[in-house]
Design a protein around this ligand. Structure first.
Ligand code: KIV
Length: 247
């Protein structure tokens, strides 16, 4: 059984799925020892590792490098890897890049940001046996300015679009759906309708699992302070202050 088969089996047996980002071997190994179900090599590395304002300048080579670091630290945990912006614009590029990650054991699952314009690419990858996580709702690779970082699915039109695209992704065989900043009731409706697991970040509770960026959990954030970061920063501050006092 592959790591992904095990993950989906646990989901069918009622496990709520935890997904946390990692960009290096030590954190990946630590997350595995803690029983995290999915380690995500996210293109959020653009912000938290490179210090950029967005995910837009992450290259395929950079995500591959971090996927190599992460997979050196894991043995049995499902590793999900983002295809960065502009690395899946055509069916053939999407397939070539997905295969590079899957065939070199650098990913069990490929995550791509899905909108109405690239559903044909998602379908093509699934037909070619690439295990896909469809990322819907807030799509950081398409956000042009700060106002894009908002809750999605509040208007009827936008809610219908997200809902229909999620249902389509489920029907064509996406292994997981990830909802980012989707209005809670809509996210729960999607989770209740889809047969595949629906996990969320900033999309409320009551889904099949939750996603977190490791730096938010640690209480450290580069340029986006989330409520999770604020809540957790006291813990890390205590650790660092205790170390400084000892020196
Ligand atoms: O890149 C990332 O870390 C992500 C999560 C925010 C879902 O896509």
């Amino acid at each position: 059984m592959t790591a992904l088969d095990n993950l989906l089996k646990s989901y069918r047996n009622g496990t709520a799925l935890s997904c946390v980002t990692a960009y290096d071997a030590s954190i990946a190994k630590y997350l595995e020892t803690q029983g995290v179900n999915i380690v995500l090599v996210g293109d959020s590395l653009g912000q938290v590792i490179k210090g950029d304002k967005s995910t837009h300048n992450v290259s395929f080579e950079e995500i591959t490098y971090h996927a190599k670091c992460v997979t050196s630290g894991t043995k049995r945990t499902t590793v999900m890897v983002d295809l960065p912006k502009n690395t899946y614009n055509t069916k053939l590029t999407a397939l070539k890049n997905s295969k590079k990650l899957i065939n070199n054991n650098l990913a069990d699952l490929i995550k791509i940001e899905v909108n109405s314009d690239n559903l044909d690419i998602v379908k093509y990858l699934i037909q070619k046996n690439i295990p896909i996580c469809a990322h819907l709702g807030l799509l950081p690779q398409s956000v042009k300015n700060k106002s894009g970082f908002r809750k999605h699915g509040k208007t009827k039109k936008e809610a219908n679009l997200i809902y229909n695209n999620a249902i389509l992704c489920d029907e064509i065989g996406a292994k997981i759906i990830l909802l980012e900043c989707v209005e809670g009731a809509l996210a729960r409706k999607i989770a209740n309708t889809c047969s595949c697991p629906v996990i969320g970040i900033g999309s409320g509770l009551g889904l099949d699992g939750q996603v977190a960026v490791i730096y938010d959990l640690l209480g450290i954030s580069f340029n986006k302070i989330t409520s999770l970061t604020k809540k957790n920063e006291k813990v890390i501050n205590k650790v660092i202050q205790a170390f400084i006092k000892k020196t």
